[in-house]
Design a protein around this ligand. Sequence first.
Ligand SMILES: Cc1ncc(COP(=O)(O)O)c(C=O)c1O
Length: 343
Amino acid sequence: MIDLRSDTVTLPTPEMREAIASAEVGDDVYGEDPTVNLLEEESARLLGKDAALFIPSGTMGNLAAVLTHCERGSEIILGDKSHIFLNEAGGAAALGGIQPHIIPNQKDGTLRLEDIREAIRFDDIHHPRTRLITLENTHNMCGGAALSAVYTRSVGEIAQEQGLKFHLDGARIFNAASALGVDPADLVQPLDSVMFCLSKGLGAPVGSMLCGDAEFIHRARRTRKMLGGAMRQAGLIAAAGLYALRHHLPLLTEDHRRARDLARGLADLSGISLLDLEPPSNMVYLKLDPDLPYDAAVIKEKLKGHGILIGYENLRLIRLVTHLWIRDQDIPVVIQGFKEVLS
Ligand SMILES: Cc1ncc(COP(=O)(O)O)c(C=O)c1O
């Protein structure tokens, strides 16, 4: 099957499996797993931060960051299309008593600076206290948009002026850096904390990293323990993450090129239109025309018969994601599949 549902579906490569099999391990809760320690050091260095923490998932990484930055009854500012708000089971509210303050994501994934300023609470006993601003880069629900370093710096300036913390859901931060042609450390420089995923485009089977200054990571280590995310001989999975960081980063540009090739091939088909004619990273979003007689669920079932798996955000919006296991020769097969299904 050509699986375009997500970049989370990647399987470990044979070389990655070898790295897993030969990993040196120890008890990471005692700080004794050399492979985890190395992964944390390399991750921090890549993002220009003091320290990093290996976390089982992106959801737990974002939650650990929010719980470490904020107290009960406080408020976080985030986008209405953000993964933290939409797809993390309301963890910050349920487990941390932290209130989301939602402002609209623009088409390019940004939050308007004036909306952020307006959302910040002034000191009044009636109000929750604003503690944190979060962004997402690349922005999943905004077509995989990459937020620039200049924009991120302007949000960072507001956070700093107002004494707020600043967190990035950077599940795909290396896709953003690759799309913009910049050093990932420059992109995340203004942030107090950054979560990125090893298990998406980078192709590792498990794991995310939370990066920040040493004091923040020290406190986040306790939060991770509280959430049940402290692992023992985790070097087995950290080895896959290390392998991914060392070998798969340059491949992201290929995923982006394939997404553009796919978009180009689908652009002329009737019944659908592209959210973005030039997808910014590894996601192609397709809107179904209002008069198309079948919905995304039907198209998904029909494409299965052509050996193609797709995902959809709602019944009129399809998402196709390129990743490590999508090859050049798959692109014309997918275009042909859509052609037949839509005709
Ligand atoms: C933007 C974004 N943030 C966070 C996550 C959560 O990662 P995980 O599935 O590892 O919990 C995802 C997962 O798809 C994501 O797309």
